[in-house]
Design a protein around this ligand. Structure first.
Ligand SMILES: Cc1cc2nc3c(=O)[nH]c(=O)nc-3n(C[C@H](O)[C@H](O)[C@H](O)COP(=O)(O)O)c2cc1C
Ligand code: SF4
Length: 539
């Protein structure tokens, strides 16, 4: 009997809930029963509440079970898991799962489906069609295709990718670089990690296309050190791509050269900012560079450099393979294409949702997410990482696209959405934003380095004033001062860390003002009343 192929995700989140133990148990228990199994460690499909999600290849197709725990494996095998038998954990064909059917997966199309270590599997699922197309085009035509697709950077700033590439292409120098930003520091984000772990060839192909488009022969992936699973998956894939002539000298006999190396970051949020990343790549402390010059003109080692996020680069093969017009069909306004949104925090069904721009916050949080994990009402979401704004439930009809969010003084960033229930204390969240900035500041400019620390002190005073009758009188002055501080940080900071910290702070002040005001009863001479009010608010 030939071995049965079983997919068990090697994705870091799946591993964190026991996927390695499940893989080991399946192997040993199947062997004990005289059944051969071939375990493939795939990526996650992004339905995290169902991990570890095991898929068995049967004559009728792949049959999923989840969430599977190692202790359940013997009984599952006795019950016929290897033949796709019925069981309460049986989910059937994941391709027909409503959570996935309603998505529009372009960038994440192969996630959880392919073997991330196999070039052949990648090719069998449409891989390298983009590079084949690009190799048949002139560099300027590749860049034009990317520009016409409307693809904008998915790392946070949403800058048009084609325009950046054109700037690098225009530089008449012998040495240029492609630097992939895989620092993924935003809270509640994991799409870069999932892609690198589950479909690393997509990133490798995207970087290779970028290289031949702009005339670069060397690429670097700047990977955060906290992603060891991604590092392993990338190393394997890089070796496999090289062995098959998809990397290295004379790519696929085209006469073009391109190779990629990985560099590990040391775990600083600011190293995700592109100029700090370049400093770190050059072996120095991650500190923001003054612009101009732009990295596209004077970047890594002083040479023109394409700096793009993982998702941006992993989307490029889709654009080249299917054409700019196809990609343009998705999305709305100036937000074209799809975005892999990441749903996290206090949510029942967290994971990866790739949809065309325009899905509303409500649809994401309630239709996909199923509301909070705690079962309590959703009070707020933070969109776009630790520097993103908080939106109250009354704003959940906002479409998730760059312009619609900008109109609400918010930003989409890297597409992370973190859900909070009605027990969240928004004054403490504002404090957290300022504290985060103080801890992560590179220290180069005063509004960020000093302002963030003064901001923490100010919010501490405001929080104390909610229950301390003696401090109540200073509340209005402190709130005005906090607003002024936000103004200074927004206008005076050298980079986005100090410049965008006011987004969470001001949105908390705007939408959740009551959390910054004296609590009911705080004026009363009986201090017990104040304590009771405080404990109700923080839940
Ligand atoms: C404080 C700060 C942190 C950032 N962190 C990241 C990050 O972790 N990953 C990322 O791709 N971009 C990050 N960015 C955005 C990058 O500076 C840059 O815009 C991006 O890598 C460009 O790629 P893209 O055009 O494909 O988005 C950060 C920006 C700032 C200001
Ligand atoms: S805003 Fe903060 S992180 Fe950015 S350059 Fe200034 S001190 Fe450094």
């Amino acid at each position: 009997m030939s071995p049965v192929t079983v997919y068990v995700p090697g994705d870091a989140s799946a591993v964190s809930v026991g996927a390695d133990a499940v893989a080991r148990a399946l192997e040993s228990e199947a062997t004990r029963r005289g059944r051969g199994v071939r375990i493939v460690r795939n990526g996650s499909r992004g339905l995290y509440w169902l991990e570890p999600l095991v898929e068995v290849v049967t004559p009728g197709g792949r049959v999923a079970y989840g969430p599977v725990h190692a202790a359940q494996v013997p009984k599952l095998l006795d019950g016929g898991l290897l033949d796709g038998a019925p069981h309460e954990l049986r989910l059937g064909d994941m391709g027909a799962h409503p959570w996935l059917v309603s998505q529009q997966r372009l960038t994440a199309a192969r996630l959880g489906i392919v073997d991330p270590a196999s070039v052949d599997d990648y090719l069998a699922h449409g891989g390298y069609q983009g590079l084949d197309a690009a190799l048949a085009m002139a560099p300027a035509d590749i860049v034009r295709t990317v520009t016409e697709s409307g693809l904008r950077g998915r790392g946070g700033a949403a800058f048009p990718t084609g325009i950046k590439w054109q700037t690098v292409l225009d530089q008449q120098v012998a040495r240029k670089y492609v630097a992939c930003n895989a620092d993924e520091g935003d809270s509640g984000t994991f799409s870069d990690r999932m892609l690198m772990e589950g479909d690393p060839f997509a990133l490798i192909e995207g970087m290779t296309i970028a290289g031949i488009a702009v005339g670069a022969t060397q690429g670097y992936i700047y990977l955060r050190v906290e992603y060891p699973h991604a590092a392993r998956a990338l190393l394997k894939a890089l070796q496999a791509a090289r062995a098959r002539g998809y990397l290295g000298a004379n790519l696929r006999g085209s006469g073009r050269d391109f190779d990629i190396a990985i560099r590990l970051g040391a775990g600083a949020y600011i190293c995700g900012e592109e100029t700090s990343m370049l400093e770190s790549l050059e072996g120095r402390r991650g500190e923001v560079r003054v612009r101009p010059p732009l990295p596209a003109i004077k970047g890594l080692f002083g040479q023109p450099t394409v700096v793009n996020n993982v998702v941006t680069l992993a989307t490029v093969p889709v654009v080249l393979a299917r054409g700019a017009a196809h990609y343009q069909e998705f999305g709305l306004g100036r937000s074209r294409g799809t975005i892999p949104l990441q749903l996290a925090g206090n949510v029942r069904r967290g994971g990866l949702v790739e949809r065309a721009f325009g899905l509303t916050v409500h649809e994401l949080v309630h239709d996909y997410g199923g509301g909070t994990a705690s079962g309590r009402p959703v009070r707020a979401v933070q969109i776009g990482g630790p520097l993103g704004a908080y939106l109250p439930a009354s704003e959940f009809d906002t479409p998730l696209d760059y312009e619609a969010l900008a109109a609400k003084n918010a930003l989409l960033g890297h597409g992370g959405v973190v859900v909070f229930d009605d027990r969240v204390d928004m004054a403490r969240m504002a404090r957290y934003a300022l504290e985060f900035c103080a801890v992560e500041s590179c220290g180069k400019c005063t509004p960020c380095r000093i302002g963030s620390t003064r901001g923490v002190e100010l919010v501490d005073r405001i929080i104390a004033g909610r229950v301390d009758a003696a401090r109540n009188g200073t509340q209005a002055a402190d709130l005005a001062l906090l607003d002024e501080l936000c103004d200074t940080m927004f206008n005076g900071s050298l980079c986005g860390l100090g410049g965008m910290t006011p987004f969470p702070v001001r949105s908390a002040l705007r939408h959740f003002r009551e959390d910054f005001q004296p609590f009911p009863g705080a004026h009363a001479p009986d201090s017990n009343a104040a304590v009771t009010a405080a404990s109700v608010r923080v839940g």
